[in-house]
Design a protein around this ligand. Structure first.
Ligand SMILES: Nc1ncnc2c1ncn2[C@@H]1O[C@H](COP(=O)(O)OP(=O)(O)OP(=O)(O)O)[C@@H](O)[C@H]1O
Ligand SMILES: [Mg+2]
Length: 429
């Protein structure tokens, strides 16, 4: 493995900062991870960066652990960020080709034409206070008379490349993701302060989809539900394409809050402990179960019926499902959804999977077997990497799959990564 093949990815999570270094071989669908580390996250609250300095210290600590274990220096990294401050726009745009007399003509589509179309997209959807963070092409269309071609497959995401085809115009259907500019600047600053050049920003739901969803999953109509600490992402895939993507500001911490209130607790740690160890969603079976609470300021141990916390979290879960049904802007979701895939550590709650399956009447899986495909070349690293690294692994795979785009970025290191993203669209095939 050459040093320059190595990719570093840092996942800026609300509860933890996680970093991995390694490679992904798309031909063999194999990861080789040579180092990973995680530290408790500080400076991010409710999915927003509230203290750049504290966050950059955590990033530095996390990376220093890797540097020390490998005896190397990490100069640059990609980052995965949660999508709480992101909004998505689904739309389409087109250009027509004219000759010198102003008549529409058929011609061979070049990369420059694709760039022109993408510039138009950018102009049409510019919004002050937001930066364009990524673009997901659903499909290109060429005008009648032009010749179409089979698209080649990248990472299960069909991109019909129009370059080289003949047409009198070019249309594109896409989803754009926009990040709040102030949040984007804080991410850049946090990395800068930690002395690491930022090579690209990947949204968590995109990274997780890339890692967890198989080609078949993307084809049959699969809803990915990624529940982190402060928010939950929804991504719907069908026919090999990302159809819709959204984010709800409810995650694991809200379940903890509910337990805190239901049990009249003063410590979040105790509420977290209850969430991880005693809560279940299949509560009919646990009607008579109890657990004990022993908070410092209470003289005696308290017995609490499990059903009290089970009911509290179920209310919260119902909120999330109502949001999927009523607020997730995804036409045809209910009709076309055949599978739900869960990710994010908060989705580990007991019987949550079964509960969701019953609610939606479709199969639900947590797809963790995919972690077995990750080779750990780390001393004392164990056989299987923890599921909490899924976002970082997905980021690594996402970046590797787009190595052409990466190469084009490397040639112009001075440009901010996001300014270069139109180039990526052309080179990412
Ligand atoms: N075994 C478990 N059972 C239930 N909840 C859990 C378990 N382990 C972790 N959690 C919860 O998962 C949440 C953290 O999830 P995750 O690690 O995916 O988020 P994050 O990456 O730190 O944050 P985010 O992606 O929202 O910025 C916390 O609320 C934590 O309490
Ligand atoms: Mg996360």
């Amino acid at each position: 493995m050459l040093d320059e093949d190595l990719i570093c990815v840092i996942d800026l999570g609300t509860t933890e900062i996680r970093a991995i270094i390694g490679t992904y071989n798309s031909r063999l669908n194999e990861f080789e991870i040579i180092a990973y580390s995680s530290v408790r996250s500080e400076g991010i609250k409710n999915g927003e960066i509230i203290n750049v300095e504290a966050l950059s210290n955590c990033i530095r600590d996390c990376i220093s652990k890797i540097e020390d274990s490998l005896d190397i220096t990490v100069y640059s990294s990609h980052v995965v960020v949660n999508a709480k401050n992101v909004k998505y726009v689904r739309s389409s745009s087109q250009i027509l080709f004219y000759d010198k007399e102003g008549k529409i003509v058929e011609k061979e589509i070049t990369e420059k034409d694709v760039m022109t179309l993408m510039d138009k997209v950018k102009e049409e959807h510019f919004e002050s206070g937001y930066v364009l963070s990524d673009v997901f092409i659903s499909k290109y269309e060429i005008s009648e008379g032009g010749k179409s071609d089979e698209g080649e497959e990248v990472d299960g995401n069909m991109i019909d490349s129009p370059v080289g085809m003949s047409s009198n115009g070019l249309k594109v259907d896409f989803i754009l993701s926009f990040m709040k500019e102030r949040e984007y600047k804080k991410i850049i600053k946090s990395m800068e302060f930690a002395n690491i050049e930022i090579k690209g920003i990947i949204l968590q739901p995109v990274a997780v989809s890339t890692f967890l969803l198989s080609k078949d999953d993307r084809e049959i109509g699969t809803l990915l539900l990624n529940m982190g600490d402060s928010s939950t992402d929804f991504v719907f895939w069908q026919g090999g394409k990302m159809k819709c993507i959204s984010n709800l500001a409810v995650g694991g911490r809200h379940f903890t809050d509910d337990i805190l209130i239901a049990c009249r607790l003063s410590s979040r740690e105790e509420a977290e402990n209850i969430k991880v160890n005693y809560v279940h969603f299949n509560f009919d079976n646990y009607n008579s179960d109890t657990f004990t609470i022993s908070e410092e300021e209470e003289e005696e141990k308290r017995f609490v019926k499990t059903i009290v916390v089970d009911k509290a979290v179920k209310f919260r879960a119902d909120d999330i499902f109502d949001a999927i049904e009523n607020k997730f802007p995804c036409p045809g979701l209910k009709k076309n959804m055949n599978l739900i895939v869960l990710s994010g550590e908060a989705s580990k709650m007991k019987d949550f999977k079964e509960f969701i399956s019953e609610k939606f009447g479709v199969a639900v899986k947590r797809n963790l077997h995919t972690l077995k495909g990750v080779k750990l070349l780390v001393e004392g690293g164990g056989d299987v990497i923890d599921s909490k690294f899924i976002s970082a692994l997905g980021g690594l795979k996402y970046v590797s799959n787009r190595k052409w785009g990466e190469m084009s970025m490397r040639k112009s290191r001075r440009l901010l990564p996001l300014e270069n993203f139109f180039k990526k669209i052309i080179f990412w095939r």
